[in-house]
Every structure is written in structure tokens, then in C-alpha cells.
Design a protein around this ligand. Structure first.
Ligand SMILES: [Cu+2]
Length: 265
């Protein structure tokens, strides 16, 4: 394919000023399992709408799951992988985890703060994803006690397209009034069995404000988002955790949750 100068300049500008937000992802294809099994989790720090630049992750500080209020450490299950994005490759992690019992499995990741040189500051996205086996609810609506956390008010694995997803943003266990929340769609779902995103986007954004959507929590730290399309949606409440400094620089301690919607058919 012949690329014009204009195209190349456009690409250079896009790389220089990414519109998309950073999102820590814990990816697994299905949120609602029917018969359990071994989950293949991918931990990637990326830009999910555009599948652009993947940031290098350090070794996570904590990775665990909660099932029936029992916490299981998963640090020993982490294996380093290289994740290919549309534009680069980055250090990421994977874990194979058995989820055979009925109920909710709440996966929680506390990553090492990431130094964003463009902002001369750190970003630490404490991330949660909830997988259910066989429909029995057990843990989805309870706060885990993370320093920055979004607690679901709607089952994050039982959403039809067009439902709303509501959550409460907590910082240090307390609701964060008027929290700013970025929302992105996983527009290039990972290719099964490969450490990369699919090339083809599922949707095209008409303008940058649709790539990373920004919504606000209300005075009680509660937010609500109507889900327009099936797939995974990420929510990141920015700078809500108490650890606002790291290694002498600013640290944005964000709370991330991923939810999955499916079409009625
Ligand atoms: Cu980035």
C-alpha cells in the first residue's frame, strides 16, 4: 500500500498526542461461564479502543481472586508475555486460573505504578474484573477493600446490550463525589490464543470524544452508563486512591472495572 506524506504526518501526530486513555486490562473472553474451567487471563496496559501503544508493565504488586469472601493469591501463577499492539509491543502478564466452583470470582490487580514520561507522573490503575460460574451470585457487589475501587451496583457479567451499568467509586473505602470516570470500549478484542488484538475495529468513532468517553459520578460517588454495544467496557475513575505520590512524583491511583454486555438474541 502506497502511503502519502499526509498520511505519515497524520500518523506521527497521532503517536505524539494520543487521544485515547491508558487502561489496565484483565482480559478473559467470557464473563459468564456455564460450566467453569480454566481461565486464560491476560494482563495488559493498553489503549483498548484504538489498540494503539501498549505500555510496559512491571511485575504486579498484587494479583489475587476473591471467591465466597476467600482471598487466593495468584502471584505465583503470573507469567511474563509480550503483547503486540497495532503500533508496538509491550511487557504484559498472563495467568491460567481454575474457576470450577459455582459463584463469582473477583480478580484484582494492583500494578506497579507506570511512569508516564509525557506527564512526568506515575499512573497506577487498580483493576477488577468479575467472572461468574453457573449464575449463582456470591461476591460481585462487595467491596474488596482496594485503595481505589469501583463497586458494581449491577452484575457486571449479566448485562444485556442496552442495560445500564452503575457503580460507586471508592477511594480509601469512601465514596468519591464527582469522580471523573473514563469509559472505553474494547474495540479490537484479543485474538484467541494469541497475545495481540484483532486488527479490524468493531466500531468507528466519529470524533475523539467518542474514543475515550468521560462521565462524572454524582455527589455520592455513583455513576451510571447505558451500554450501547455488546462486548467489554472499561471504566477508570481517575486519581481516586490515596497514594498520590510515588518516588517523589505525582501518582494517579485509579480504580478500573471491566464489564461485559451481550446481545439479546
Ligand atoms: Cu498510553
Amino acid at each position: 500500500m502506497k502511503r502519502t506524506i499526509g498520511f505519515l504526518i497524520g500518523m506521527a501526530l497521532m503517536i505524539a498526542t494520543p487521544a485515547a486513555a491508558h487502561f489496565q486490562m484483565i482480559y478473559t473472553p467470557e464473563a459468564a461461564l456455564t460450566s467453569g474451567g480454566e481461565l486464560d487471563l491476560k494482563l495488559v496496559f493498553c489503549h483498548p479502543f484504538e489498540a494503539g501503544h501498549t505500555m510496559d508493565m512491571g511485575k504486579p504488586l498484587e494479583f489475587f481472586m476473591v471467591h465466597k469472601e476467600q482471598k487466593t493469591d495468584l502471584m505465583k501463577d503470573l507469567k511474563p508475555i509480550t503483547w503486540m499492539s497495532e503500533t508496538n509491543s509491550g511487557a504484559a502478564w498472563e495467568a491460567k486460573v481454575k474457576a470450577r466452583k459455582m459463584g463469582d470470582f473477583v480478580f484484582c490487580l494492583v500494578p506497579e505504578p507506570y511512569f508516564e514520561s509525557k506527564e512526568d507522573a506515575y499512573i497506577q490503575q487498580i483493576t477488577k474484573v468479575i467472572v461468574n460460574n453457573a449464575g449463582m451470585p456470591t461476591d460481585w457487589d462487595a467491596a474488596v477493600g482496594l485503595p481505589a475501587e469501583i463497586v458494581a451496583l449491577d452484575k457486571p457479567y449479566a448485562l444485556w446490550t442496552g442495560n445500564v451499568f452503575r457503580g460507586v467509586v471508592l477511594g480509601d473505602g469512601k465514596p468519591v463525589p464527582n469522580a471523573e470516570i473514563e469509559v472505553e470500549y474494547l474495540n479490537h478484542p484479543p485474538v484467541p490464543g494469541k497475545n495481540t488484538f484483532q486488527k479490524e475495529p468493531l466500531v468507528v468513532a466519529p470524533q475523539d470524544a467518542f474514543v475515550t468517553m468521560t462521565i462524572k459520578a454524582d455527589a455520592n460517588g455513583q455513576f451510571c452508563f447505558g451500554i450501547p454495544k455488546a462486548g467489554w467496557w472499561g471504566f477508570a475513575a481517575l486519581g481516586v486512591g490515596p497514594m498520590d505520590k510515588y518516588k517523589g512524583k505525582e501518582n494517579s491511583q485509579d480504580a478500573v472495572i471491566w464489564v461485559k454486555a451481550v446481545d439479546m438474541k
